[in-house]
Design a protein around this ligand. Structure first.
Ligand code: ZN
Length: 72
């Protein structure tokens, strides 16, 4: 597996795990990146990939007013 793919999978599992820990709370890419200490440019594509794979992820509005995802 290519290193950038492994990196993506690691970041993706962090994002998935974090959303699962806060069910029904919407997080946008920027807020997730801040909470997980990941680059926002990494989190954006991950959220997009998870949104395509819903459920269990559903779109919603983050506390900061931007569209994001929640686990439900
Ligand atoms: Zn936000």
């Amino acid at each position: 597996m290519k290193p950038e793919v492994e990196q993506f999978n690691l970041a993706e599992s962090l994002v998935r795990g974090h959303l699962r820990d806060i069910p029904r709370q919407v997080r946008c890419a920027d807020c997730l990146a801040r909470e997980l200490h990941l680059p926002p440019s990494d989190v954006g594509p991950i959220l997009a990939a998870l949104a395509d794979r819903q459920p269990p992820f559903a779109a919603g509005r983050c506390g900061c007013g931007v569209t994001g995802l929640m686990y439900c």
